[in-house]
Ligand binder design. Structure first.
Ligand SMILES: [Zn+2]
Ligand SMILES: [Zn+2]
Length: 426
């Protein structure tokens, strides 16, 4: 290398070092500057849209956002960058993003351009819907959950009508048959519990109603007027779920008590027990063993006679609720938390709802009633349950949809919800 070349190489090196020092200084200034572009301080994968959530670890809606952000991070890994900033600890970040309210979610496209911002709690479904609306495709390889519906029963219900319970559509055991005389003919029920459910969801004047009701004497199999029967009331040893047997006479009831256990009750005492638990949405009598538990904000506990009714408690009370339900197939625990009428947390996240529906004579669809609804921890469980229950018709909907359906009801509609003649087409 000649002298001239050496000078050029040294000069180039000096210039390069100077440039690096300058760049470093610049980036230091940038980090400290209040109005610096956020890209300078945040490392993000190139070429993917970003969702930035500005909040804190203490504010309630912010805390509700945390599991949603975690889920989005996992489910859309590599396709969406999900970033959370605690603006209480880092107030400079709030300034950089010009945040006004906590929490704020900002949507950036892959080039870093802000597309949209939202203030307050933002449900997962809504976030995903917003991305879609903004024309950003996050689906990648992940296909949308396949819709599932069964609008024609897999098997026609050919059971003789007199053997099917008017209330629950279950088979009628002749030993526990309850009959109600109506203008349209006798209504047959599988059990006293179904009778009390019917009684609790009638809107008509109930004066003298009991006189129209006959129960079946467990011992002789003969009809007995409701008010004249004696009842043996007990609880299942394992589940605690009540069972009731009716008797024409006290002697046979006492004899049965010796063999089976339980307590002998008159109608008034039995009624009190049956009405001691009511659905917090539709007011039907229910057994806790069959119902979903609902904890209303402020600590009040109530029940949902079915999973959809449980969500309806949010609509009826106008409060945030926590629903503790069981998968209808596997009995696995499901927890839904709501915030401002939206689903804020869902455990497990894959939980879906079955919306049991039936075609009315006029061809439109209506709810098939509380006995035909349910939550499932995943779509496969739902499909298995539908397979096992070939008379069921309806469709798979998201928990958010199930809640939204309830939230849009007017107070008048809530009053009529699940009442006889208002809900299930018969
Ligand atoms: Zn029934
Ligand atoms: Zn209900």
């Amino acid at each position: 290398m000649n002298k001239a070349m050496k000078i050029i190489v040294v000069a180039a090196l000096v210039l390069a070092v100077a440039a690096i020092v300058r760049l470093k200084q610049q980036s230091k200034e940038t980090d400290a500057g209040a109005n610096a572009p956020i890209r300078a301080t945040v490392a993000t994968p190139a070429g993917v849209p970003r969702l930035v959530d500005l909040g804190s670890v203490t504010c309630i809606p912010c805390k509700m956002m945390a599991p949603i952000l975690e889920e989005l991070k996992k489910e859309y890994a590599g396709r969406l960058s999900v970033e959370f900033y605690d603006v209480v600890q880092k107030p400079a970040v709030a300034k950089q993003y010009n945040m006004k309210l906590m929490p704020t979610q900002i949507f950036f496209d892959a080039s870093g351009k802000e597309l949209f911002r939202h203030e307050g709690f933002f449900a997962k479904d809504e976030i995903l819907a917003k991305w879609k609306e903004l024309g950003v495709d996050l689906s990648g390889a992940k296909a949308a959950a396949p819709a599932f519906e069964q609008l024609t029963a897999a098997k026609p219900d050919e059971r003789p009508k007199e053997n099917v319970c008017y209330m629950c559509d279950g088979d009628i055991n002749p030993k526990t048959l309850v009959t109600v005389q109506t203008d349209k003919g006798p209504v047959r029920l599988c059990s006293l519990h179904c009778y009390f459910i019917l009684d609790s969801c009638l809107t008509e004047d109930k004066t003298g109603f009991e006189k129209k009701v006959t129960v079946t004497d467990w011992a002789a199999g003969q009809p007995v007027p409701l008010s004249e029967a004696v009842y043996l009331y007990g609880e299942d040893e394992t589940t605690g779920r009540p069972w009731i047997r009716a008797f024409a006479g006290r002697d046979t009831a006492l004899a049965e008590r010796t063999a089976k256990g339980g307590n002998v009750l008159a109608l008034a005492a039995l009624q009190e027990k049956e009405f001691s638990h009511r659905c917090g949405f539709c007011e039907r009598a229910c057994y806790p063993q069959d119902a979903a538990e609902v904890v209303v904000e402020g600590g009040v506990h109530t029940w949902g006679c079915c999973s959809h009714c449980a969500l309806g408690v949010a609509a009826r009370t106008g409060k945030n609720i926590e629903v503790r339900e069981k998968d209808r197939l596997t009995k696995q625990a499901i927890v839904v938390k709501t915030l401002d009428g939206k689903v804020a947390a869902l455990e497990p996240a894959t939980t879906v709802a079955w919306f049991g529906q039936r075609k009315k004579p006029d061809g439109t669809w209506a709810s098939a009633g509380c006995f035909h609804q349910g939550f499932f921890t995943n779509a496969d469980n739902l499909k298995k349950w539908v397979e096992q229950n070939p008379y069921e018709t309806g469709r798979l909907i998201s928990i958010s949809q199930a809640l939204a359906d309830k939230m849009k009801l007017s107070p008048d509609q809530i009053q009529k919800a699940c009442k006889i003649g208002e809900c299930a087409p018969k």
